[in-house]
Every structure is written in structure tokens, then in C-alpha cells.
Design a binder for this molecule. Sequence first.
Ligand code: DQQ
Length: 660
Amino acid sequence: MDGGAPLLPETNPESHHQQRDPARGKRRLSTTVLPAVASAVVLLGLAALFLVYGFKDGEGRDDVAPTGGGGRVEVAAVASSRGVVEGVSEKSTTPALLLGNGAGAGGKLRDYDWTNSMLSWQRTAFHFQPPNNWMNDPNGPLYYKGYYHLFYQWNPDSAVWGNITWGHAVSRDLIHWLDLPLAMVPDHWYDINGVWTGSATQLPDGRIVMLYTGATTESVQVQNLAEPADPNDPLLLRWAKAEANPVLVPPPGVGLTDFRDPTTAWRSPADSSWRITIGSKNPDHAGLALVYKTDDFLNYDLLPTLLHVVSGTGMWECVDFYPVATDPAIQVGLETSTPPGAGVKHVLKASLDDDRNDYYAIGTYDGEGADTWTPDDADIDLGIGLRYDYGKFYASKTFYDPVGRRRVLWGWIGETDSERSDILKGWASVQSIPRTVLLDTKTGSNLVQWPVVEVENLRMHGKKFNDVVISPGSVVPLDVGKATQLDIEAVFEVDTLATSESIIAETGAAAYSCDMGAGAVGRGLLGPFGLLVLADEDLSERTAVFFYLIRRADGNLTTFFCQDELRSSKANDLVKRVYGSLVPVLDGENLALRILVDHSIVESFAQGGRTCITSRVYPTKAIYESARIFLFNNATNIQVTAKSLKIWELNSAYIRPYTD
Ligand code: DQQ
């Protein structure tokens, strides 16, 4: 395999650390565009086949009854979800839809008349998606013999959660993917109700151990071990489950369905044996992380102390634990076993089942003593403070990439529509763009996430705008041509005269949050302003990405970064929210944001990735050639200038099924 022609287009991350000039984007056509054009042809062919034959599930049942391009589509068979009865609340939209604007008087959803062309447009072009059906958590990411491997929770039978198996895809560059045959299926008593989430550990001798949660015949959550059946195969096509499985069962005092998602192992700095942590909760509803010690990944000792526990946070799913460098001169990721000490902090992350958000905190790991972790700031402890992403982003996982010397994060972007719509379109969920994660050494108190540099290889023609003035109450159209696959970088300057002289302090930052009031159509003294993406010509649909400043009583500014989906679609059978949070802005910094638009995904990064927001949106009009972008300023007392605006059209990635 190694000596043959590459299966996938290759790019070298080392050559892309420079900021690119959008005007020069076209030059890369010969190296990256042509394979991607070929893939687009394959994808279009596949899409045409889907439209003609519908999406078949594993048993050949039609999940979609397609009509002609503009006709309404109907659900032929309603697959029911098994998540809740099996201990996983996999789809959080239903209750929210019933409470929100989608519900009629009797709590019945008003279904939108989705057409095939609207639904087909929603499929993304450069975010990873399997060919069809339901996907959730990213699992066991790793780099092996020239390939990045991504496994994912997948239902082979339908577009709703259930029958969970491990899908598997490989890439040379984290952007272009070959979707491989299933890595693991539920076929033993210890995982017959699902091959659930797990993580990979690469041992010093190159051996890979994969630990994952299995749901047993009785739906008890146990931990299992699997290894590549052929370590010489760089694609790692076949996996062998250990004879000894399950290698861990819920310990006394831990609920039988509250014991899941083992982490990548790290080496104890004290005795060189391995440690893993597994999420759970206690009877008082405190979320917690158990720590196990192992030498051989078959036998484990539960340590008497918890890695960490936080009251009121409920079940911790998909815990992740990794080191980050504190030295500004070291802008690389750290290998998972990097010991604590000078220049190293540890990040603890948990996915909170209660609210389906990913929280993290930065702190110190005591590896020499009790194997505990302590947050730097108890006020923003895990689950009550910072989040990776303030939009739709869950069950994420990182891995250390030894080639790029970086830590890479993936998250599951779920749907915010109804299960009926997921069945109509035949698929559900997307993985986020892979993001590098570093400690923000300027603030010292948060992470920064940024799309992996290889995304920039997809940049085609770009446009630059400088010094665009956006007066209070105005909307400025930006002529960029096709606006459904974009990479946008914007730097804003706010007229400081106005902010310092004519503004009396608003009631204070505590009085504002992104989701209060009218979102992007509200009018404050110093916000909102930013961009409208996936907007149609007359702005009847648009998704707003914006800043909102508040002058505090002490005269200083507090900055919020928000994303407003309330007017993103005419359809009502959707959850539409205004997401967002505070973003630190240091002295002398301009306001900066980056937005990736990929059909129905808007993934945004403020101030270099200090605060991130991802939306899954469902426009009905602002699609295909009708999608536009605009600048807007709804603040009453500031003039905003887009100092620099770079907008690239992004090519489609090469994501296709593998054939032997
Ligand atoms: N998804 C998996 C579980 C995990 C949950 C099941 C998080 O292992 O806790 O599909 O989304």
C-alpha cells in the first residue's frame, strides 16, 4: 500500500502556515482543485442516484419517498429512536420543538413542506459526513502509517440513533476522506446493544489499543478492548475484539448505565503504568471522572480518588484529558502522556448529558500523588464555566497528531430539525471541521481553537474588501459570487470617539446575553454588528454572526460574540436559537472573526478561536445561487469599519466511499 499511488489527495501541513492572499487562491487549482472536482463529479453522481432511488437502509427499506425536484417529500416509514430507553438521550430537539415555535396548540409540530432540492442542498461539501444515515460522536481518532483515522458512531439502518456501529474513514490531510467498511459492529453479548464511544492509545512499540463502551444484552455499560487484526495494514480495515472482553464492568456504587466513554490512556509520571478515565455521575447528580490504572489494558485497578467531581453537573459523557503548553514560544500541541510540571497545564473536558454541551476547564494534574486534577479557577470549574463551542457541538474528542505536532479536536454537529426531517433527507449530523487546540497564552485562561491549516488548501478565488464603513442601522451587500462554501476572515474597528465620549454606561455586562431580547435585530448602543450569511436577496432568511459590546460602569468594554439563527429559515419545524458568550478582547486588539460556511453549517471563531459557535441551519430560500452575504450594523451609537475582509470560495473536499 505504502509504495503505490496515493488513494487520496495529499497536502503538507508544514507548507501552509503562512496567511494566504485571497487574490492568489486560484493558483492552487492544479494541485487540489482537480481531484476535488473529480470527487464532486462522483458525489453528484451519488446524489443523482439517491434522488432516483431514494436512500435505502440496510434492509432495503425506503426511508425517503422522493418526488420531483420541487415537490413535497413525505416520510414513508417512521423509524423510532431507541436512545432514551437505552440510556442515551440522542436527540434533544424533540422537547425543544414542542416548546418552541414549531408546536401547535396540542403540542403537535407543524411540518414544513420540504422539497428534495432544499434537502439535497443541506449536505455539506467539506465537513466530514458518511454517505447516509445517522452519525454521532467522533471516536478513536489517530494517525497511523501515513493516514489519519476517524471512527464515528453510525446507524447502518436509518437516519435516527440506534444499532450503533463504528463507521471508519481515513485521510491524508484531515480534509479529503475515504469512507471505509465498518470497523466494528454489535456482534457480542458485551456490545450487542451498541458499540459505543471509545478512544485509541498508541503504545511506544507502535501497538494500537482501542477501548470502547459496549452496551450489553442487558444494556449494561461495560468497557471493551479491540486491536487492529493486521497492524501492517495502514488502513486498519479489520479489528479484533479481545477474548477477555469486557475488560471493565461498572464498579460497586456506579450505575449500570452511568459508566461510559473511556479516554485515550496516558502514562503515569509516577510509575509509568497507564491511566484512563471514564465518565459517570453519583447518586447526588454530581458529574465525575473515575481513574483506572493498567499495565496491559486487560487488567485494571480503580484508583480510590476521582480525577475530578463537580456537583450538579450530572452524567459526564466523552471525557477528554490532555496537556497543553503554557509557554508562548511553544505553539505546538503536546503528546497525551506529557507529564505535568513547569510549562504544562491539563485540560479536562466533559460532555454534559444534562444540557448536551461540551465544557472544559484548565487546571493542574497531580500525577505523582493521588491522580487528581484541580481547576485553576473554581468559579469556572468543569461544567459551570467555559465551553468549546456555544452552538451545536457535542461529544467531541481530541488526539495528538505527531506529524503536525498539534492537538486536533473534532465535535459532533447534530441536527436541530425534527426526526421526521432527518428521515426525509436520509442522513443526520456532520462532524465539525477538525480544529487545532492550544492554550491561549495571552489570556492564560482559555483555549484557542482554529480550523486545521489544511482547510486553506480548499480556498479558490477570493475577494478582498478594505475599510468598508457600516453606519448605524445599515446593511451592506458584499458581492462575492456563490456564497454557500466560504471561508471568511473579517477584522472590525469600532469608532472609538463615539464609544468613549457619547456613551453612558449601559446597565452592565450582566444585563446582556446573546439569547436575550431580539438577537441581531435588537438595537443597543454598541451592538450588534457583524455579518449576515446564508441570506437571500431581500433578507427574508439570514444567519447573523455578530459582536455586541457593553460599556461597563468602570468604563471598560465587555464583548459578546453571538450567532442568531432566529431568521435562518422560513421553516418552523426547527429549533432556532441565538447562541453565544463573552469573548476576551485584549488591549490593542481589533475585533476579528473567521466564519466557515458549508451549505447548512456555519462554524465561527472569534478573536483567533477564543470563542466558537457552530450552527446547523435549514434555509429554504437562501440556498444554491440565491445565497448571499452582507455586513450589518444595528448599533445606534457606533460607526463600524470592516478594516479588512477576505472571503474565499471553498472547493468541495474529496469524500467518497472506498472500493477495494
Ligand atoms: N454517544 C454514545 C455514548 C456517549 C454518547 C452512544 C454521547 O457512548 O456517551 O452513541 O453522545
